[in-house]
Each structure stands twice: as structure tokens, then as C-alpha cells.
Design a protein around this ligand. Structure first.
Ligand code: PMP
Length: 354
């Protein structure tokens, strides 16, 4: 029986967000997670917080806001937190856009941008990546209209791993009209090794229309708990708090995020191991004959076009789950050395049968 309830007609044409698959018994290299589990100090903080879950969490998550502000060396009023940086992306669109306003971003980029934009009744405007799978910032400037309210620049870009450099980004920001907010989505910032790829906070300090989005899901290893933050002008963080779903950043996530910042050195050492594996994996793929754009994130991108899905099926036959984008490419997360070896064997055998 079909329910008579009226739901928004425009949702029918809206795709669902497709997460990386989890296949029992297979190695998951599909969601850009880090392979290591939480540190003992983090599990301890979670267990401690768990003893009080009969109480609501701190609505403003002020302890975490203060801790992030201290870490970033920005005033606490310029920090907002949410349940994952995807939530902050959604909050930004909701806080800035009225129906018909435009949100601009490169494509292909983070899958959630077009979905969140449409949910808010705003219009997504996309600009293709250039031939090197990198943001084409000049073309993005040309795509700004009087209706543009928000520009997402995903740096490094998911799923290609490519990054824009300081000089390019500075030139871009100099030309973006000051009433348009540029959200630098730095979900993978901690894996960046190229010194020419700027830390978005450099821009935040000198501009009133830049926001930086980061997450505890990737380098900090808390994907299952959902915590992220934005650093932005106070007017923007105030607006983000207005559209925050009350209490959505739960008490365990708040405690774990603080404990993870306290354990930053150890966690960053793990990131360096992943970066070393990233180099090894990319070099091996290049040696096998693949095209692999230079990556600054914890994943590699294989622009396999119409063979993307076939590649993913082949990898699955070897018990490795990767993330295909049909007709475009495959994104593969860097795992442990052993996991990466299994993936590289699968990639090499795919090449041999090609
Ligand atoms: N931004 C980008 C570019 C991402 O790739 C992701 C995760 N896939 C997110 C934001 C959201 O991460 P989370 O909600 O887990 O913090």
C-alpha cells in the first residue's frame, strides 16, 4: 500500500548519498578511513563519557570548541562544530542560501555537495576539473553569478587527491566577490606534504569570506563517531550554530575528539606512515602502467573512465572493496602495507588481462 503522506516532489529526482561498501571478509579501501583503531587514551575517554549518557551532551560542545580554537590558534567565537564535516557542509548551505541561490563547486568532487545543495532548495553549479584532475579556479571564477552565495573548494580534492597551491588559491580568493563565502574543505589536510599546498587557516586570518572545514573522521580515526569543525568569521559560525540540529554532536564524539587532539602527535605519526604507503602504492601503480594523478590525500584516483566498475568488480574478486564512480574512475584508500599489497596484486592482474 502506498502511503498518502505528501513528501517533497523534488526529492524523487535526488540521488541518495552512496557510501563505500562494507563486504564481510573483504578489505575495505572504499571510504578513506585510516586503518588503525582508536588509541587507548581515546577509548578511555569514550568509556568515561559513556557513564553519563543519561544526560544530554553539552549543546554548544564548548569544551571541544575551546580545545579546537586553542589547537588552531583562533578565537573560540570563530569555531563551530558539528556531527562530521558533512554536517557543517549542510549547515553552511542552509545558513547561506535561500531557494534559487547558487552553490559552486568543481566536479568531480565530494558527492555530498550537490545533494546538500538541492536539499536546501539551492542550485548546484559545477565546473569540470581540468585535464590534470585538479580544480580549474579560473573557470570557477567565471562561473560566479550574482546568485552565488557559497563556493566549495575541496583541497585536497575527493576523489582525485589533487590539490591547489597557495599562489593559485590566493589569486582566486583575491577575485571572488567579498560577499561570496569560499569554504575550503580540508577533510584530508593532515595528509598534505607539499608545502605549496596552503593551510586554509592562512587565509582565514586575513579574509572575511573564507571558512575552513575539517574532520575527526580521517587522520584522527573517528569516522564512526561523527565529529567535525569549521573555522570561519564569527558572523558565519553564529549562523552555523543557528541551523545546528540541537545536541547532534553526541557526548562520546565530543569526548573522543578532545582526547584525539590531546594525542595529536601520535596520530600524526600514523598519518606519516600512511603517506609513506601512499607513495609506495602510487609508484607501484605507475609501474604497472596506470595513470595516477599526484595525490595529497590518503587515497589514490585511477581515472579508468568506462572501465571503472569493471575494475572494482575485479578488485572485489580479490576481496578488496574500492570505490568506483561509474564511467569516471576508481578511488582507493591507502590501508595497511598488507592490505595495500593485496590491492596492488589485484591491480596488476587487472592490467595483465586488459
Ligand atoms: N569533506 C570531504 C571532502 C570528504 O571526503 C568527507 C568524507 N568523505 C567529508 C567532508 C565528511 O566527512 P565527515 O562527515 O565524516 O566528517
Amino acid at each position: 500500500m502506498t502511503s498518502p503522506v505528501h513528501t517533497r516532489a523534488d526529492l524523487d529526482s535526488l540521488p541518495n548519498y552512496v557510501p563505500g561498501r562494507t563486504v564481510p571478509g573483504a578489505i575495505k579501501l572504499a571510504s578513506n578511513e585510516v586503518p588503525g583503531g582508536p588509541l587507548p587514551s581515546v577509548t578511555e575517554a569514550i568509556a568515561q563519557a559513556a557513564t553519563q549518557v543519561n544526560r544530554y551532551p553539552d549543546m554548544g560542545a564548548w569544551a571541544l570548541v575551546d580545545r579546537v580554537a586553542r589547537e588552531l590558534d583562533v578565537p573560540a567565537e570563530q569555531v563551530a562544530v558539528g556531527c562530521g564535516s558533512v554536517s557543517l557542509c549542510q549547515q553552511l548551505v542552509q545558513a547561506l542560501c535561500e531557494p534559487g541561490d547558487e552553490v559552486l563547486f568543481a566536479w568531480r568532487s565530494f558527492e555530498a555537495y550537490p545533494i546538500l545543495t538541492q536539499i536546501a532548495g539551492a542550485t548546484p553549479v559545477t565546473v569540470p576539473l581540468d585535464a590534470t584532475h585538479t580544480h580549474d579556479l579560473d573557470a570557477m571564477l567565471d562561473a560566479i553569478t550574482p546568485r552565488t552565495r557559497l563556493v566549495f573548494v575541496c583541497n585536497p580534492n575527493n576523489p582525485t587527491g589533487t590539490a591547489v597551491r597557495r599562489a593559485q588559491l590566493t589569486r582566486f580568493l583575491d577575485k571572488v566577490p567579498p560577499h561570496v563565502l569560499v569554504a575550503l574543505d580540508e577533510a584530508y589536510r593532515e595528509f598534505v606534504t607539499d608545502e605549496e599546498v596552503p593551510d586554509g587557516l592562512e587565509f582565514l586570518r586575513e579574509r572575511e569570506n573564507v571558512a575552513v572545514l575539517r574532520t575527526f573522521s580521517k587522520a584522527y580515526g573517528l569516522a564512526g563517531l561523527r565529529a567535525g569543525y569549521a573555522a570561519a568569521p564569527a558572523k558565519v559560525t553564529e549562523a552555523l550554530r543557528k541551523v545546528y540540529v540541537p545536541f547532534s554532536l553526541n557526548a562520546l564524539a565530543q569526548a573522543a575528539a578532545i582526547a584525539s587532539l590531546d594525542a595529536k602527535d601520535e596520530l600524526m605519526a600514523r598519518c606519516r606512515d600512511i603517506v609513506a604507503e601512499r607513495t609506495r602504492v602510487r609508484d607501484a601503480l605507475l609501474a604497472s602502467g596506470y595513470v595516477v594523478p599526484e595525490t595529497q590525500a590518503n587515497f589514490v584516483w585511477l581515472p579508468l573512465a568506462e572501465r571503472a566498475s569493471e575494475f572494482a568488480e575485479h578488485a572485489l574478486d580479490s576481496k578488496v572493496v574500492v570505490r568506483p564512480f561509474a564511467g569516471d574512475g576508481v578511488r582507493v584508500t591507502i590501508g595497511t602495507p598488507e592490505e595495500n599489497d593485496v590491492f596492488l596484486d589485484a591491480a596488476a592482474s587487472f592490467q595483465r588481462r586488459a
